[in-house]
Design a protein around this ligand. Structure first.
Ligand code: BMA
Length: 318
């Protein structure tokens, strides 16, 4: 049998896709790009669900084993009607990430409106009440992932500003005393030398603390004659100074190959937003496939750390 093209570090669950629109109790176009966490002994996914107008909202799904999820009857986070947030979320709330921090659960999401995209931040303590805190970025800056601890007394977040009128894609890191006012920003990663992520790039999963640094999965996009391909790499950021990349994969470690990743509303997309580290060092990675359904993959933490060091760091800041 031929060897699979994919690197074998991240393994797909054989029952993939684990959630499709047929699992949603109300009619919708697609369900994809879900945030994940454990809460009260349960696995929670916060699903991005797109309606028939092309507008997204966020709905919770619950599971006892991280595989078999029951989707809530009703949406949880809809585009805001509050006059401050409303103009910037009018076209939807997308791509959530959950970061447990100081005993609460912070949710970052893409606020999508007629003026462009911004990073929205809100908080919950019980997954019932959701309170918006801020729109943390100005325009055309999304993929916000919040660190699960303050760093040097400040909240830290990775975002992806469009750069040079949308012509340059890179990740930045930014800090805040209160999750409202952000600054001291600097470039984190410029596109990787390999070419697989030269079109777009952004943080995918909220940072996980390891002895070697903050582990962050990121997505890289290649533009081809046949459209775009969304794939995944990994990076390790210095624990005290996370703008310093200690190690990273200049190659992708996970990319679309299965039919449910290749075929859908947006073909050739794997887009993780959720990650859970289990006690046995297994990482559960929840990803949107082809902007149409949700899939699960697992990896061993040590394997991911090892692969980050496979090629010595060559990254230069622009
Ligand atoms: C990105 C985001 C993701 C989506 C991806 C592929 O820009 O909008 O939500 O999965 O494009 O369409």
């Amino acid at each position: 049998m031929r060897k699979k093209i994919d690197m074998d570090i991240i393994k797909r669950h054989p029952l993939n896709p684990i959630i499709t629109r047929h699992d949603v109790p109300y009619p919708c176009n697609t369900v994809f790009n879900a945030a994940a966490c454990k809460y009260n002994g349960e696995y929670l996914l916060l699903l991005r669900i797109e309606d028939f107008e092309g507008k997204s909202h966020l709905t919770l799904a619950r599971s006892h084993d991280g595989l078999d999820f029951k989707v809530d009857e009703k949406p949880w986070i809809l585009p805001s009607t509050d006059p401050y947030f409303e103009p910037y979320e009018r076209r939807g709330v997308e791509d959530p990430r959950i970061t447990p921090l100081e005993g609460k659960y912070y949710i970052t999401y893409t606020a999508y409106g007629p003026y462009g995209v911004r990073v929205g931040i809100g908080v919950t303590e019980d997954f019932k009440k959701f309170e918006r805190i801020s729109l943390a970025t100005d325009v055309d800056n999304k993929d916000g992932v919040l660190f699960p601890e303050k760093i040097n007394g400040k909240y830290a977040m990775i975002t992806r500003p469009a750069g040079r009128g949308g012509k340059m894609n890179l990740m930045w890191i930014t800090y805040s005393p209160d999750l409202i006012h952000w600054g001291e920003s600097r470039v984190l990663m410029f596109f990787s030398p390999g070419g697989w992520s030269t079109f777009k790039m952004g943080a995918s999963t909220p940072p996980i603390k390891t002895e070697n640094g903050w582990l962050v999965l990121f997505h890289g996009v290649r533009e081809t004659g046949g459209g775009v391909i969304y794939r995944v790499g990994a990076m390790l950021l210095n624990l005290e100074a996370p703008h310093i990349i200690e190690a990273y994969t200049p190659f992708y470690i996970f990319g679309p190959s299965e039919e449910y990743e290749r075929v859908g509303d947006v073909p050739n997309v794997v887009f993780p937003c959720g990650i859970i580290l289990e006690e046995n060092n297994e990482l559960k990675i929840y990803y949107g496939a082809a902007d149409t359904c949700i899939a699960l993959a697992t990896a061993n933490l040590e394997d991911i750390l090892k692969v980050c060091y496979k090629v010595p760091r060559t990254l230069k800041k622009p």
